[in-house]
Design a protein around this ligand. Sequence first.
Ligand code: GTP
Ligand code: MG
Length: 313
Amino acid sequence: MAAKLEDVKGIGPALADKLRSIGVTSIEALAITPPSFISEATGLNIDRAVKICQYARELLKINFISADEYLQRRLKIGKITTGCKALDELLGGGVETLAITEFAGEFGVGKTQLAHQLSVTVQLPRDMGGLGGAALYVDSEGTFRPERILQIASRFNLDGKEALKRIIFARAYNSDHQMLIVSQASSIIEKYNVKLIVVDSLIGHFRGEYAGREMLASRQQKLNRHIHQLLALADAYNLAVIVTNQVMANPATFFGNPNKPTGGHVLAHGSTYRIWLRKGKAGKRIAKIFDSPVHPESECTFMIAENGIVDVE
Ligand code: GTP
Ligand code: MG
């Protein structure tokens, strides 16, 4: 029988119930939830919160692993096709699990379109480039369109209604709400077999709420927590996370590309793969991978069509 919260040292039935009520429904969830959140949400003293999180990690044996075990974990990486051969190739086969992939670029470049497309392709069976799982779509900008999902689903021969049912949608109204959604995602992930989490966009609310230089440090701190929570979910459930990031003109740059992804160093270190998107001629889009630990820096092109993201003919 699978271990449950009560099997963790220091957790009785009452505390287990309390934890479940705040969205911490399993040992995996407990292991990756910040103790400060548990303490705040349950009233548990912080030292005890730290202890039970630690016990949960020990139970899961995720504190220390040998390089050999690490390789075994890497072999479990799943890949989700983007539905575009050139993009898949750029990504080394598709969007990977156990990682955060960031799509950055200017307005209208296709970040949200890609997010829609991957929410569909993750549902495909493995032999067709998917992971046979569901998507959790966190929308901070109000740009999710179910109609678009129907169009994309039909291209991949999926039943539109079924495809919609396997996209769990959450509108994030501010940065705290966005973080709450992610910190309580474990039960949804387990219930629906979520294999992709989308956050579109990651930074929007943070940037709006923490304007000005004096707010920068607290913004980055919060963003850091948010990103690490996402990464922890990717790790605990072997799922893929994609986030989008708007670009901001940086007038201080005189050489090279004057646009750079917002989020600063926190995001640069937190996301595992960063894909830069820009507009080309005749509606073409150019994708470039950078900051990747494993991919060489390279580029490819794609188009946005009626039925989603496609290869350039
Ligand atoms: P921001 O969120 O504003 O930063 O932009 P984004 O990068 O998310 O852009 P998005 O993914 O929303 O792309 C918008 C573009 O997709 C539009 O300019 C259109 O070119 C294209 N697009 C969206 N829907 C369709 C469609 O049904 N058919 C076609 N051909 N193109 C579409
Ligand atoms: Mg968008």
